[in-house]
Design a protein around this ligand. Structure first.
Ligand SMILES: [Zn+2]
Ligand SMILES: [Zn+2]
Length: 240
């Protein structure tokens, strides 16, 4: 793979842009964030006001920890800004490697996509799989914006996420909602087994209500196995 600098990313900050020649005909952007000295690993906190905070952590006890750079979320928000300003969602896919029992998210792939103010559909998903396979990455979940909606998982989001969590039990969904004054981002998972069962049995498409799990637990919840790690380097492939 050849790597050469073509230009500074327009909204650069701490990010440098390079061109990477893959087997695909069009070059993709490759961004590397400069990691600061000394790692700072922070447990992603759940706000006191969260209505689900009193429920039992039904998934955390069996899951491996996942580390992700908070800078990755900031960079994604920056790359999504043009869409966000037009009230269009943006989505990306997260890739991670597993080392000594911990997943490290090192790759963000922004696929070609069709989006509206309340949905985002990845296109040419084989391009995403190609990058993940080449690097032997786990499909660790996905990240998307809610440009004008609050920070929550819609029914369509839950169905999208079900596929990720089926593949990797630790997979999570990050929702970035810059206009939500109470919570600008959330890192979510379907509850196991309750939420996963509801989604497994649901045949509906489009936006629709889900019945609450019979055992009284929520369908989805904030993750307690995800940590932000300030020393984690990552790459961004923008395939749009
Ligand atoms: Zn959503
Ligand atoms: Zn459903």
């Amino acid at each position: 793979m050849s790597l050469h600098t073509i230009s500074e990313w327009p909204c650069a900050g701490r990010v440098t842009a390079h061109a990477v020649t893959l087997s695909s005909p069009s070059p993709v952007l490759f961004l590397t964030a400069k990691a600061p000295q000394g790692a700072l690993v922070t447990h992603v906190s759940v706000a006191d006001s969260d209505k689900q905070s009193n429920t039992e952590p039904s998934v955390s006890n069996v899951l491996q920890d996942v580390h992700i750079s908070a800078q990755l979320m900031e960079d994604f928000l920056e790359l999504a800004k043009e869409n966000t300003d037009k009230d269009l969602e943006t989505c990306g896919v997260l890739g991670a490697f597993l080392e000594n029992g911990t997943f490290y998210v090192t790759t963000l792939i922004i696929p070609k996509q069709d989006s509206t103010s309340s949905s985002c559909q990845a296109l040419n998903e084989e391009d995403v799989f190609a990058i993940q396979n080449e690097r032997s990455l786990f499909p660790m979940g996905w990240i998307h914006t809610h440009p004008s909606q609050s920070c929550f998982m819609s029914s369509v989001d839950l169905h999208t996420h079900y596929s990720y969590q089926m593949m990797v039990p630790e997979a999570f969904a990050i929702v970035l909602a810059p206009t939500d004054s109470s919570r600008s981002y959330g890192i979510f998972q379907l509850t196991e087994p309750s939420g996963m069962s509801v989604l497994k049995e649901c045949q509906e498409t489009g936006f629709h209500p889900h019945k609450e799990p019979a055992d009284g637990s929520p369908i989805y919840e904030h993750c307690s196995h995800v940590y932000t790690n300030s020393n984690l380097r990552f790459e961004i492939f923008d395939l749009r």
